[in-house]
Ligand binder design. Structure first.
Ligand SMILES: [Zn+2]
Length: 175
């Protein structure tokens, strides 16, 4: 698994891109699929049953067996970013569509972010694309702290349940 899994088809137009990756939820879904094509699997104990919650606004999975929490972006190239996934996807789009490379300055203008931010994004993405190394982007996990922002409701198949911790609200459930 690598960044290549969320590369966009060549010639994808901007309206098509926006339609497919214009919202945070769409980007989350694409990233989940890139990381766990067969569905989430706990990186610590390989258990598949999990709760879905939001910690610091980030989609996070909590293992039902060992309670390990794995953020969608933890251990990835995007770890630690405060930017929306949509901004990252847009950056990937611009960079992947630019045949002769894209300067940090151009990225700054396209994304409306600061120059240091654009530089960092460009640097990370170019590196990831150059390395094409499995698990560069998608490996590992970090422990989340206890600052939960609460859950959101979505169409989890088995309905909403509560995890081990009272302040965690499951938004999806899978056994
Ligand atoms: Zn586990």
């Amino acid at each position: 698994m690598s960044m290549n899994h969320i590369q966009f088809q060549p010639g994808l137009s901007m309206p098509e891109f926006i339609q497919q990756y214009g919202t945070e939820a769409q980007c989350e879904k694409a990233l989940v699929k890139a990381r766990w094509p067969q569905g989430f699997c706990c990186p610590k104990c390989s258990h598949e049953g999990h709760c879905v919650l939001y910690s610091k606004k980030r989609l996070t999975f909590q293992c039902n067996a060992c309670h390990q929490q794995t953020s969608l972006i933890a251990g990835t190239l995007l770890q630690g970013t405060n930017l929306p996934l949509t901004t990252w996807f847009l950056a990937i789009y611009f960079i992947s569509q630019a045949k002769t490379g894209l300067s940090a300055l151009a990225l700054k203008r396209h994304l409306g972010v600061s120059y240091p931010t654009a530089w960092l994004m460009q640097h990370k993405l170019m590196q990831a694309m150059a390395e094409r190394e499995d698990h560069y982007l998608l490996s590992g996990s970090v422990q989340m702290d206890d600052a939960y922002l609460g859950g959101e409701h979505s169409g989890g198949k088995a309905g909403h349940g509560r995890c081990a911790k009272d302040d965690l609200v499951c938004v999806g459930y899978r056994q």
